[in-house]
Structures are given as C-alpha cells and as structure tokens.
Design a protein around this ligand. Structure first.
Ligand code: AHG
Ligand code: MN
Ligand code: MN
Length: 336
C-alpha cells in the first residue's frame, strides 16, 4: 500500500495556530509529578474570565458599558462601569473554580473571603488596568498574582495568607486587551505569551520563552510628573533625551509594560509630591509584573529595594516602580 507522511507544519500555508493555552498548561503540569492540577485549573479560570471581559471590551462603545459607575473605590478613584464588570467576572470565575480561598482586588476595600476552607490559593488582582483609557478605545489590561495560602487547609484565612511578599508568588500574569488580546504568564520557569483567536475562542502560544532585551531605547513616564519627582529621576530623563532615546507613554501599565518587555525599555512611576509613595499598587500591579520581568531577565525596583522583597503591610499599598530592561534599570539606579 502506498502511504504519505502527515504534514504537521502548516505554518507556510498561513493558517498555523499551534499550541492552545490549555494544552500548554497541561504540559507544564506534567513536568511536576506531584502537581494536583489545581493551579492549572485556576489559570484556566482566569483565562475564561478574560475571554468574557475581552468580549465586553470589544463591544464597549455599543453596549453602554463605557463611562463612570457612580462610585469611588477605596483608592478614592472613580470606578468605571467596566472596572465593576471585570471585577465581577474574575471573582465569579475564581470562586466557582474552587481552588481559591481569598481574593484581593483593586475594586474591593477588604479581602474577599470565599469561605472555601479547601482552597489552596490566594489571588491578588487588578481586574481592569488603565481605566482612563476605556472610553477612548485605547489598550487596557488585567493583572494577577497567585500565592499559596500559608495557614493549613481547613482553617479560616488569616492576614498572613494575604500579605505575602512578591517572592512568594507561584504564578503571575497579565492580559492585554490591545489590537489583539494576549495573556502572558509565568509560574517561575520562564514567561510565555498567548494570543486569543476570537473565532475559535482559544488562546494560542504565540510568544514562547519571552526574554526582555538586555537594554533598550524606550523610556516611559508621565512627563507631567517631572517637576515634582526626585532629582535622580530628572537626571536620568535628561540622559535619555541626550542619548536620543524614545519616549512612549500610553497610561495603561499593562500596555506600557508589555511594549517595553518585547522591545526593550524602562517604565517609571516614581514618588512625586502628589503621590509621595508613587501610584502603582504593590499587591496587584507591581508584584506580578516584577515576577514576570525577572523571569524574562529584567529588573524591578522601588529605587532602593527589589519589588519582590517588599513586605506588604496593607492591601492597597502603593510603591514607586522602575521596571524593565536590566541595563536601563541599572543605569537609572546609578543616578538615583
Ligand atoms: P487603574 O486603571 O487600574 O487604576 O491603573 C491606572 C494606573 C496604571 O495603569 C497607569 O500606568 C497609571 O495609573 C497612569 O497614571 P497617570 O494617569 O498618573 O499617568
Ligand atoms: Mn491598574
Ligand atoms: Mn484597575
């Protein structure tokens, strides 16, 4: 009988899609013989919620979910309707999944206790990052950190389950709702990025083993802050300008971070007289991105400390943040 080989690589035909997020998570889990699959399920829960949020964002201008919700959150910031929608979607997915015992969210003053004594994990989340960009159709995101609870299973949750430093993260990631929707995450062995294929309803591995360029040409800051930040930062900005580097600022941390991660650059949100502790929140913004950037070969600092080693004292604590390519962060540190 005549046979012919099965052609597996269809990339030259233009319809290559590759490994799904589900299959990738499963293959990572298989590398750990004692893994129970709960973290894998948790990541799938987040991916599912992000698909729903991506759909809501995609039709935001048509479905009356743009604009303010009419409340301010614990930060004193006006909540947008999509902040509230995204918060509900992620909390619902995480509570139904059964792996999580507690959630810290930007949109909730207190810890959300899911009353799930068998839940092994704690999640910190910024459900919708870059809210000021929602109504003007500019990229926004979601940021999440996953911790293992420290109190024994079967007991009620305690503050030490929640207030863990970033080095304790077991997984972290972000979703970028941009020109395409992407999910980027790490479980501590490299960083991988997945692009959402809307018609198939699946994330596919599109950016395997992301490495932050060792240095780069992009510097990212809200320049309006410059008159009120420390002299070291001003000096570094002047150096960037003298060297002819490129300034880029979107105003959505996820989008600014993602661009710099792929192209090489530094994101800065320093302390200023308006925000003496900076603006970025340690638990659900800085820590996740710090874990990712370090896994990709970059650095994240508050100016004197490694972000991942800061012990959080409160849920919504802020931190100055300098994050990105190793060479640029080191150059800045030399001028602080
Ligand atoms: P959020 O929308 O979750 O409150 O976060 C907004 C953050 C961050 O995404 C962004 O980098 C920064 O605020 C922008 O701040 P400025 O408007 O002060 O530049
Ligand atoms: Mn945010
Ligand atoms: Mn937010």
């Amino acid at each position: 009988m005549k046979t012919k080989p099965y052609i597996q690589d269809t990339s030259s035909l233009g319809y290559f899609v590759g490994v799904t997020l589900d299959r990738f998570i499963k293959s990572m889990q298989d590398d750990f013989p004692y893994a129970t699959g709960e973290l894998s399920q948790l990541l799938r829960d987040i991916a599912l919620a992000s698909k729903i949020v991506s759909r809501e964002i995609g039709r935001a201008g048509l479905s009356h979910v743009t604009g303010a919700y009419g409340h301010t959150n614990v930060q004193g910031e006006e909540q947008q309707k999509l902040d509230v929608v995204a918060n509900i979607r992620f909390i619902r997915a995480l509570s139904k999944g059964g792996e999580v015992c507690a959630i810290v969210s930007e949109e909730d003053d207190e810890v959300i206790d899911l009353q799930n004594k068998t839940g092994k994990y704690v999640v910190a989340i910024d459900p919708l990052d870059g809210s000021s960009n929602i109504d003007v159709n500019v990229s926004i995101g979601t940021i999440f950190s996953v911790y293992r609870r420290v109190t024994p299973l079967g007991s009620s949750i305690a503050p030490e389950d929640v207030l863990q430093s970033g080095v304790k993260q077991v997984a972290a990631g972000y979703v970028l709702y941009g020109s395409s929707t992407m999910l980027v995450y790490t479980t501590g062995s490299g960083v991988n990025g997945f692009t959402y294929e809307r018609s198939l309803g699946e994330f596919f591995l599109s950016h395997p083993s992301i490495q932050a360029p060792a240095s780069g040409e992009i510097f990212t800051i809200n320049d309006g802050l410059t008159p009120t930040v420390g002299l070291g930062v001003v000096e570094f900005l002047n150096t960037c300008k003298r060297k002819g580097r490129t300034s880029r600022y979107i105003g959505s941390l996820v989008a600014d971070f993602h661009r710099n991660l792929l192209k090489g650059g530094i994101y800065m949100y320093p302390a200023s007289s308006k925000n003496p502790s900076g603006k970025i929140r340690l638990m659900y913004e800085a820590n996740a991105l710090a874990f990712i950037v370090e896994q990709a070969g970059g650095l994240a600092t508050d100016g004197s400390r490694r972000i991942l080693e800061i012990q959080p004292e409160t849920l919504h604590q802020r931190t100055p943040l300098f994050i990105g390519s190793k060479g640029l962060v080191e150059e800045l540190m030399g001028q602080l």
